[in-house]
Design a protein around this ligand. Sequence first.
Ligand code: ZN
Length: 85
Amino acid sequence: MTRPHLDTLFYEQVNDVGLRRKLRDARGFCNWHAWQARKIASSALGVAIIANDLITDENKGESGNAAQTPIPLCWPCDIEFNALY
Ligand SMILES: [Zn+2]
């Protein structure tokens, strides 16, 4: 179930503003989905773009205080959770 979402993300949604905001809010992918992204041959540029976005956001200090702000599920986890419940 996860792989099609990640394929679509890296194929056509890397520059989607709303999706990038969700990824920033979740501080990227969970460990599982980060490893899944690694298995997608065409994901290298997308991963680099998203990683650059996350690091830039973190350096700006706009991601909030981790101790006080609950971190939402990573984007693919959120899709899977909402599909199940
Ligand atoms: Zn996840």
